[in-house]
Write a protein that binds this ligand. Structure first.
Ligand SMILES: Nc1nc(=O)c2c([nH]1)NC[C@@H]1CN(c3ccc(C(=O)N[C@@H](CCC(=O)O)C(=O)O)cc3)C=[N+]21
Length: 289
């Protein structure tokens, strides 16, 4: 038996097509062009690749996209003042400050000043709070994309054990919130494992759904996976110029019922959901939700 491969690239293309149609409709109705501004500080090569992908996808969906590139030495105060000017620019609907930031800049200090209505990453504390309360304004792009991938498999998630590897603010924590909420593709029983978890392998072995987001190449191996589990790989690790996930894909696909590849899995879905959030942001700011 070999697992169904959840084709994130194809699913993302379908979403992008739908979003492009919605963008078109939105433009005719409002005369407003949704506009995302990404801020990239420094020249981390991986960040540059993601930002370029985002820009290209925006343009193809009819969303205006601007990149503000800042030198690696930019101070926290300078970045705050740039974000503040984007906050008050009514022509900009979405602001994305690419992470990680250089070490002289405190990330939370920056995320705290992004106008929550323009916060298409959903990293601002107000948006995180709304997610925790089950009344989200925006969903963070990676967990949102994973939710859509799980829905696409039509698997039953209610009462199932979802084990998340990694407790990041960007993936692990919000993913847990989405999986425990009520409704389709949710209602799961959730465990978050992290670097201090005891008996991690035994816990993972009980999972019906595994979400690996720890940044350790091929950490999840076949012996850790219950036969028939659904395995979502969030990892993007560069090993000898090859891109590998947090899951040993070749081994695990023989045990799992469905699995996401890297590349071509969660990554493209993350970008599709960013486009979706940008359109939502333009709607909220044009008073037509
Ligand atoms: N403010 C902020 N928001 C983010 O959403 C954000 C961020 N900072 N910092 C970095 C991470 C990472 N991330 C990815 C997006 C797309 C791919 C992607 O499209 N990956 C392709 C491969 C791309 C490649 O070749 O490297 C794939 O998996 O098929 C990967 C990673 C968004 N992030």
């Amino acid at each position: 038996m070999s697992a169904e491969i959840i084709d994130g690239k194809a699913l993302a293309a379908t979403f992008r097509g739908q979003i492009a149609d919605e963008v078109n409709q939105f433009k005719t109705q409002t005369n407003v062009v949704p506009h995302l501004t990404a801020v990239l500080v420094g020249d981390d090569p991986a960040s540059a690749v993601y930002v370029r992908n985002k820009q290209r996808s925006c343009e193809k969906a009819g969303i205006q996209s601007t990149l503000q590139r800042l030198p690696a030495e930019t101070s926290e105060a300078e970045l705050i003042s740039i974000v503040e000017s984007l906050n008050t620019d009514s022509g900009v609907h979405g602001i994305l400050v690419q992470l990680p930031l250089p070490k002289q800049i405190n990330e939370t200090a920056i995320l705290d000043v992004v106008n929550p209505l323009k916060d298409v990453d959903a990293f601002h504390p107000e948006n995180v709070g709304l997610i925790v309360q089950g009344r989200p304004r925006y969903l963070p792009c990676t967990p949102y994309g994973i939710q859509q991938m799980i829905l696409s498999t039509k698997m039953e998630t209610a009462g199932k054990h979802a084990v998340i590897l990694g407790r990041s603010e960007i993936v692990g924590k919000p993913m847990a919130m989405l999986l425990i909420q009520r409704g389709q593709g949710a209602d799961a029983t959730v465990t978050i494992c992290h670097s201090r978890t005891q008996n991690l392998n035994e816990i993972v072995k009980t999972a019906d759904i595994i979400i690996a987001a720890i940044g350790k190449p091929e950490f999840v191996t076949a012996d850790m996976v219950k036969p028939g589990a659904v395995v979502i790989d969030v990892g993007i690790n560069r090993v000898n110029d090859r891109l590998v996930g947090d899951v040993d894909f070749e081994g695990v696909k023989k045990v799992a019922s469905a699995i996401t590849p890297v590349p071509g899995g969660v990554g493209p879905m993350t970008i599709a959901m960013l486009l979706k959030n940008t359109l939502t942001a333009a709607g909220i700011q044009s008073g037509c939700q």
